[in-house]
Design a protein around this ligand. Structure first.
Ligand code: SF4
Ligand code: FES
Length: 252
């Protein structure tokens, strides 16, 4: 019997992964005009690349004046939060294929903070609110010879809120913050939560009083925008609710 032979499979033609995507970017340069405008850029990009890669292609190959913040490019530093297709996201964590590249991808600065240029906003009010809640461990006396001990259960209490990277995606997605920049905002409350519920910390009462202010935690209207926006998956609204409850019960 003749030995069957395997037909050599034809190698599939090389298919380029690149597609052309329109980036519709909000441009603003106060030295040129008081008005912001939209500008379209055609970018050759692999759908598996990120929005940040597209912005880099624009800046490096098409228009070096495009201004935006980024540093780590891996979802750690929190510097590239922006509104992408109307939602707050990190450009470095948003894949082109996940946001319908067949339509123009809109990219705007986050809302509620003054735009300085293109996608760069003034983060100072955001960081001032962060500083106001004293985001550091406060203890009195009894210096340990080694470390301050804490049980796994006590550590678990604030584990979620330790993940914050201060990107401002939550605060700048909050309608209360848009209407009145005086509100501390979700990120400051998240970072207060991280210390209020830390069993080693001794300034919980002080932080609660800071957030009991008219611009504090009671301004939250529980819209959940902040939880939806958080690129770290922090249950922001839940943390805010826990701080509210601690203010009522004084137990934390
Ligand atoms: S809570 Fe989440 S969205 Fe808000 S600043 Fe921290 S990481 Fe960003
Ligand atoms: S560039 Fe650091 S989080 Fe995106």
């Amino acid at each position: 019997m003749a030995t069957p032979t395997l037909e050599k499979a034809e190698s599939p033609a090389e298919v380029s992964p690149y597609i052309t995507v329109t980036f519709r970017v909000r441009r603003f340069n106060p030295e040129v005009s008081a008005e912001a405008t939209w500008q379209d850029f055609q970018v050759e990009i692999d759908p598996k690349e990120r929005v940040l890669d597209g912005l880099h292609k624009i800046k490096w190959d098409l228009d070096g004046s495009l201004t935006f913040r980024r540093s780590c490019a891996h979802g750690i530093c929190g510097s590239d939060a922006m509104r992408i297709n109307g939602k707050n996201r990190l450009a470095c964590k948003t894949l082109i294929k996940d946001i319908n590249p067949e339509k123009p991808i809109t990219v705007e600065p986050i809302k509620g903070l003054t735009v300085l240029k293109d996608l760069v906003v003034d983060m100072e009010p955001f960081f001032q609110a962060y500083r106001d809640v004293m985001p550091f461990l406060i203890t009195k006396g009894n210096e340990p010879t080694r470390e301050r001990l804490q049980s796994a259960e006590d550590r678990e209490r604030f584990d979620d809120t330790t993940k914050c990277i201060l990107c401002a995606a939550c605060t700048s997605s909050c309608p209360v913050f848009w209407n009145d920049g005086q509100y501390f905002g979700p990120a400051a409350i998240v970072n207060a939560h991280r210390f209020i519920f830390d069993s080693r910390d001794e300034a919980g009462e002080q932080r609660l009083e800071i957030l009991n202010d008219k611009d504090g935690v009671w301004r939250c209207r529980t819209t959940f925008n902040c939880t939806d926006a958080c690129p770290r998956g922090i249950e922001v609204t839940k943390a805010i609710q826990e701080v509210k409850r601690a203010l009522i019960t004084r137990r934390f």
